[in-house]
Design a binder for this molecule. Sequence first.
Ligand code: 1HN
Length: 353
Amino acid sequence: MVAKRFFAPDEFENKAEVDEFYKMVAEKDLQPLWTQKGLMLGEPPIRDIPFHWRWSDIKKLSERSGELIPIDRGGDRRVLSLTNPGLGGLPYASTTLWGAIQYLGPREVAPAHRHSAAALRFVVEGSGVWTLVNGDPVAMEPGDLVLTPNWTWHEHHNPGDTPMMWFDALDLPLIRSVDALFYEDGPDLMVNRLVDAVSSSELEFGGGAGLVPFDMEDEQPNHSPLLAFRWKDTDRTLESLLSRRQDGYAALRFSDPTNGKDVMPTMRCSMHRVAAGSEISPRQTTGSSIWLTFAGSARVSVGESEFQLEHGDLFVVPSWASMALSANEQTDLFCVSDAPVLEALGLMRQRKL
Ligand code: 1HN
């Protein structure tokens, strides 16, 4: 094959004419393709980098934010966002995903709003907070996954005496990149609700084991109508999956109980259990992901980086970066990725290394 060449302007014999032409092109806000060198590379040019945040740091700073910053000064949410150093200061964990830790103090309320970015919570520590999703009260306890899909009203209440911290993930960077971000402040607070109520989403769709209502007259939403996935179910499923595996690694995908699709159109959620001394073998995939160490301790390598993980630690795997993990003790990890978007666009590539 003949190597492709890029002509520098001074390689032309008629350099003056070519220079003049380039000037005229630029004046009309146009650019030649043939002068652009980095446009098509063999593999994706990745901007976000493999990175690791320690729970011990986040926890200390979140608690301090609880002392210093009233909830109404923090844009309604007291959130420290994972800031990937590769993204030029943007408050994004990866190219497509926002990741953060949210802190809600005793008797605090984070008021209602909605946005066209979808969000989810995975509870790390604490107890007693509940989130209203379109008015449906959803309790939040450690290990629970709670969804607030695109354009649903949501507000968080902590009626208890202890603070609570949880992981937030949003598809916000993706939604901003396609200029489709809308936002609206909420109606008056829906206080005085039953705190111990079971959400209607769970009453209708939480039967488990493939049991869904037969007569679904309402138009199907494009997200899971079940808004909470409880830790006791996740834990039990991981345990039985692991007992059937020879390699000490079990993983499950959270799905819409009515159709098996991902819980929301832009984000895939999964939970991983690695037995002591076992591994997630090296692999790579297009699309980025944020991982949260819910329990245990492990060593993970992402691209060229290696991180030691303890309870609550978070790390990011950029698109097409290799990832492998080895567990010191039994380790549980929550993972959120943009995989449904890549699949929908025909851009998913995966391989074991
Ligand atoms: C948001 O609405 C929440 O509702 C958390 O808890 C984090 C980050 C950016 C934009 C909106 C929440 C957020 C957010």
